[in-house]
Ligand binder design. Sequence first.
Ligand code: UDP
Length: 235
Amino acid sequence: MGRRYDRVLLKLSGEILAGKEHFGLDYEAIRDICAEVAEVAKQGVQIAMVVGGGNIIRGAQTTSVERAQADYMGMLGTVINALALQDALERLGCPTRVQSAIEMRQIAETVIRRRAIRHLEKGRIVIFAAGTGSPYFSTDTTAALRASEIGADCVIKATKVDGIYDRDPTKYPGAVMLPRISYMDALSMQLKVMDAAAFSLCQDNKIPIVVFNMLQKGNLRRLLIDGEDIGSTVC
Ligand code: UDP
């Protein structure tokens, strides 16, 4: 066992930033998550992050606003989350850069692939905000896209559960965790780990997806530094 990945794309859902609340930002939860990230970054793993926005607005589920408009609102939510993560990481001594897919010159760089790679090489954490910059996409797809662009060794999806189960573990007590599963099976079993666009990008570019429990302290280090087989891997 040992370090398996040099450059990773960590996908954080908005929900995870809401902590015990279901909405908004729980700064204590954010600090705890960032402390785990800082620990592995300081060991030399290059980390890029994509953050969701479900704690602020989910465009696709907002019926009172036109879909594309709601999606843009959703993307702006991810920028708020990205700035919160940047602040928390820098308080922990990690240099970071936010790159936004929607231009916001006063607060973030624009997404520039080669610049993002340069930041990573210099040991900075890159936080990608505003999704793909286009409506009708998700931040899971963004994670697969950015991972492909920067040549990440894997996409790590931080969740509140231990991995991928054959059925929803919150509804079925007998659900079985699957340590390894193919992209095809994950898609056909409709396990809802990621959307189809995200799966197909990862499959085309041969990027494994690791799903693990981010709320268990030390898990990110176990996965990235100690090389332990935790969570589920789609490959
Ligand atoms: N979104 C979008 N295009 C993108 C990424 C995100 O329009 O490329 C919008 C979409 O409305 C989505 C919202 O941003 O509902 C928040 O992202 P997501 O639901 O993926 O966040 P998560 O579930 O990870 O918190």
